[in-house]
Design a protein around this ligand. Structure first.
Ligand code: HEM
Length: 478
């Protein structure tokens, strides 16, 4: 243990020469860091290669980072891969707090993710739900199991790509496959950014990109921008030919902003924003849905309760609409409980200190990287009764929410940098899960018993995913 008296850095394990404490950055860093927090306390420091890193693992300290000192701790450390095409200088997710970042966040809040805009384009997402039900019904007729992760990925990416620019990024249930390559592209991009990259820990290595990760990302992002170029060109042509043309999607909302009102948001920056929405929104919603299904199959009593609520409130055979979500408190509690136990970004996105900041008597030094271990906070017995139990009931009759005000539950982050896609993600998750539950009964493949489901997790690509895929057999409810 380092000597606390020599430095005001929080305590932490002694760093080895050169590599420091890099051993914690395996594919389960949330777990390694939670173990270290038991030894060194809820604020600890590490040396990841050459990067000083502070980890907080309690709700009180999460509040200090994400609320009290938010203005000084809201920059980001940038993965080297994301410097491809200068994405770090133009993308909302990794820009430091700056006028461009503020403008993009304002557009997200007012134009893209406002209730008014999301209500206006909900029919686009409803069509994708119909396709999902159609696809699962076909598998039901054939008596075949489905891989929940794959189905969730295809539905999530199409819901997003259609909400953003009215194009399917994955083949639909009718079997047309115009855009299969685009689906693979988004999947490969998340995988590439998620790969451990030595250049992130030893900045000098950025000069040579030893694992070629930035080069690979450059290739993918170039391809994605070509796809965006074609979509935007076609849209501009349609709008020119018909002055009243509108798809009511996010691209129309962006193009509708008069040029004099978009000070910095030119076409190039719009493409960087679209990149962040698509890459940031796909894995996150996909794997949250997979976890929710896994937990419900693992806990048949809870599955019965949530299905009953849907049957009583919506009625079998009736389509679920986004406006129904407020009438389904148990379904909402299931999603919150899933996000508590399985936060897809278990350490949030890394923050970076703009200046030295004092927290709990320790110094977070300027330029240090900061992780908030929301996975550990979600399982902290100091704040949660029976923390390992999947129990949606804990949310019933409480105001406890995931919107960044309750620091024991911040799967979307909090403060200035809270996930801007939260309102869309919540609509997508409730619609996908609710529709799958009201339309089908579910059982595990090969007569597997609920208690045999392997609930082990690991980081894959950008998200905390179930290690074993979830294979389930649907039976249509008629
Ligand atoms: C940022 C989680 C869905 C777009 C974030 C952050 C987290 C997160 C933890 C970092 C927050 C912080 O630093 O405090 C999630 C989860 C999702 C989800 C759990 C779904 C279950 C989405 C969706 C979109 C999206 C659907 C867009 C369509 C973004 C963007 C950022 C972000 C652009 C960067 C914001 C910034 O740095 O200013 N998300 N997200 N996310 N998310 Fe999400």
């Amino acid at each position: 243990m380092r000597n606390k008296t020599n430095s005001k850095l929080p305590p932490g394990p002694f760093p080895l020469p050169i590599v420091g404490n890099l051993f914690v950055m395996n594919n389960k860093p949330h777990k390694s860091l939670a173990k270290l927090a038991k030894i060194y306390g809820p604020i600890l420091s590490l040396k990841l290669g050459q990067v000083t890193t502070i980890v907080v693992s309690s709700a009180d300290l999460a509040k200090e980072i994400l609320q009290t000192h938010d203005s000084l701790l809201s920059d980001r450390t940038v993965p080297h891969a994301l410097t491809a095409f200068n994405h770090d200088q133009f993308g909302v997710g990794f820009l430091p707090l700056s006028p461009l970042w503020r403008e993009m966040r304002k557009v997200c809040k007012n134009q893209l993710f406002s209730n008014k805009s999301l209500d206006a384009n909900q029919c686009i997402r409803r069509t994708k739900i119909d396709e999902l039900i159609g696809y699962v019904s076909q598998r039901n007729l054939k008596g075949e199991a489905i891989d929940m992760g794959k189905v969730a990925f295809r539905t999530s990416i199409n819901m997003l790509s259609n909400t953003i620019f009215s194009v399917d990024f994955a083949n639909n249930s009718a079997g047309t496959n115009e855009n299969k390559e685009n689906k693979d592209l988004v999947m490969n991009m998340a995988e590439t950014v998620g790969k451990p990259n030595m250049a992130d820990f030893f900045p000098l290595l950025r000069l040579i990109d030893p694992q070629g990760i930035k080069k690979t990302y450059m290739f993918y992002i170039g391809k994605l921008f070509n796809v965006f170029d074609n979509i935007i060109d076609q849209r501009l042509k349609l709008r020119e030919e018909d002055g009243f043309f509108t798809n009511n999607d996010m691209l129309d909302s962006l193009l509708d902003i008069p040029e004099e009102n978009r000070k910095e948001l030119d076409r190039e920056k719009i493409e960087h924003l679209l990149h962040d929405l698509l890459v940031g929104g796909t894995d996150t919603t996909t794997y949250t849905l997979e976890w929710a299904m896994a937990e419900l199959l693992h806990n048949p009593n809870i599955m019965s309760k949530v299905k009953k609520e849907l049957e009583d409130t919506i009625g079998i055979g009736n389509p679920l609409e986004e406006s129904d979500i407020t009438r389904l408190p148990y379904l909402q509690a299931v999603i919150k409980e899933t996000l508590r136990l399985h936060p897809i970004a278990p350490l949030l996105l890394p923050r970076k200190a703009k200046e030295d900041v004092e927290v709990n008597g320790y110094t977070i030094p300027k330029d240090a990287q900061i992780f908030v271990n929301v996975w550990a906070i979600g399982r902290d017995p100091e704040v949660w009764d029976n923390p390992y139990l999947f129990s949606p009931e804990r949310f019933l009759g409480t105001k406890l929410d995931i919107k960044g005000q309750n620091f024991q539950l911040t799967p979307f982050g909090s403060g200035r940098r809270i996930c801007p896609g939260l309102p869309l993600a919540m609509r997508m998750l409730h619609m996908m899960l609710g529709s799958l539950l009201i339309s089908f009964d579910w059982k595990l493949e090969n007569d597997m018993k609920p208690e045999e489901i392997d609930m082990e997790d690991a980081i894959q690509g950008l998200a905390l995913r179930k290690c074993e895929s979830l294979r389930v057999i649907p039976t249509k409810i008629s």
